[in-house]
Design a protein around this ligand. Structure first.
Ligand SMILES: Cc1cc2nc3c(=O)[nH]c(=O)nc-3n(C[C@H](O)[C@H](O)[C@H](O)COP(=O)(O)OP(=O)(O)OC[C@H]3O[C@@H](n4cnc5c(N)ncnc54)[C@H](O)[C@@H]3O)c2cc1C
Length: 342
């Protein structure tokens, strides 16, 4: 007997399954490709905020998720006994010129209120070896940004779901409430069903370098995320491709990202490349997450549209979906509802 069937064992499906199982529901996750078989099986794992200004429901939702990240991932690790590689190590970004410096200083003010005094956005001197080149000699440092290794995080969530009595299988019939957390394939199927573009895949390529900066902040320079991981590797990413051929191949566009990272951060100049990886980000038509009841399909729910911040918001996705599915309590922002993209 199953209360909730979750289709998709990525960041969204596993987070929903974990939240439901933690509240006592009997959960079954179904995925023919196994745990982390989609975008969630990647290597980047930046849990980073948008800039602290022009506040809106998406930024507020993301802040709530990043804020609860530490407690969420520690609980997942404790329940399942598998490390997620989560750590709140902060982030450094170069400041290009005087105008950007003034903006960074203004955002230090707005961050104080919007981040509720718990995290800092500040301008610091660029010093030390683990530093992006910065024309002003100054950097933005924030203490809200965290990181985890996506594959480890999926394994940790899967172990927690199973420790709570849930199962993860490659095939099964649907029982109970059904959650469609099927990523890019799910958006494609929805678009075909509705005869219009509800969402689409955006391909991303990333690389893993042999650089051990595990306790140091992540860097964001020349639009490249540089994310040191707990296992002594450093990820860099990513390309953003709406038009692409094969979903899982890498090419000279990734070479260009690696070259930009090496140029921006001298410490990466000679670092060997350990792995090249590509995946499909699920992007809803609105670019917002797509969360809620499936219109016209009673008992079915959608958790999709994680796009570029799927891991960052996963803790809140689990929470609001469990509220809706188990308690009938809908706390999901209106612009996240599937209807907004339908
Ligand atoms: C290069 C790259 C870098 C990224 N960097 C970051 C980052 O730094 N920080 C961040 O927060 N996010 C990042 N993302 C985005 C993040 O990876 C995604 O938002 C997130 O993984 C989406 O999770 P998901 O569970 O919705 O989808 P997926 O992980 O794709 O999972 C969907 C699952 O559904 C399964 N499935 C499909 N159809 C069915 C079906 N009919 N029945 C059952 N199962 C089905 C698939 O096998 C798949 O496992 C990045 C993505 C890419 C590609």
């Amino acid at each position: 007997m199953v209360d909730v069937t979750v289709r998709g064992a990525g960041a969204f499906g596993l987070s929903v399954a974990y939240a439901c199982a933690a509240r006592g529901a009997r959960v079954r996750v179904v995925d023919p490709n196994g745990v982390g078989g989609g975008a969630s099986g990647g290597i980047v794992g930046a849990l980073a905020p948008h800039v602290p200004e022009n506040w809106n429901p998406k930024k507020a939702f993301q802040f709530a998720a990043l804020d609860m990240g530490e407690a969420f991932w520690r609980a997942v690790e404790e329940v399942g006994g598998v490390p997620s590689s989560y750590a709140r190590t902060g982030r450094l970004q170069p400041i290009a010129d005087d105008q950007a410096l003034a903006l960074a200083e203004a955002r230090a003010e707005t961050a104080r209120a919007l981040w509720e005094g718990r995290y800092v956005w500040e301008v610091v001197e660029a010093t030390g070896a683990w530093t992006p080149l910065s024309p002003t000699g100054r950097l933005i440092h924030d203490t809200l940004t965290a990181r985890m290794f996506p594959r480890h995080a999926c394994a940790a969530l899967a172990a927690a779901v199973q420790a709570l009595g849930g199962s993860i299988v490659s095939d099964a019939s649907e029982e109970g409430a059904v959650v469609w957390a099927t990523g890019a394939a799910g958006l494609e199927a929805l678009s075909a069903e509705r005869g219009r573009m509800v969402g689409a895949a955006v391909k991303g390529q990333a690389a893993l370098l042999d650089v051990d900066a595990r306790d140091l902040p992540q860097l964001f320079a020349d639009t490249v995320h540089i994310v040191p991981h707990a296992n002594g590797t450093t990820a860099i990413g990513s390309t953003s491709e709406r038009d692409f051929g094969a979903a899982d191949t890498t090419d000279d566009q990734l070479d260009a990202v690696i070259a930009r990272a090496r140029a921006a951060v001298p410490a990466l100049a000679d670092a060997p490349v350990l792995e090249r990886w590509a995946g499909l980000r699920p992007r809803a038509r609105t670019r917002a997450p797509m969360l809620g009841a499936w219109p016209g399909k009673p008992g079915h729910f959608i958790a999709n549209g994680g796009f570029k911040i799927g891991f960052g918001i996963a803790p809140m996705v689990g929470q609001v979906m469990a509220d809706l599915i188990l308690d009938g309590r809908d706390t999901i922002p209106a612009e996240f509802r599937p209807e907004a993209s339908f």
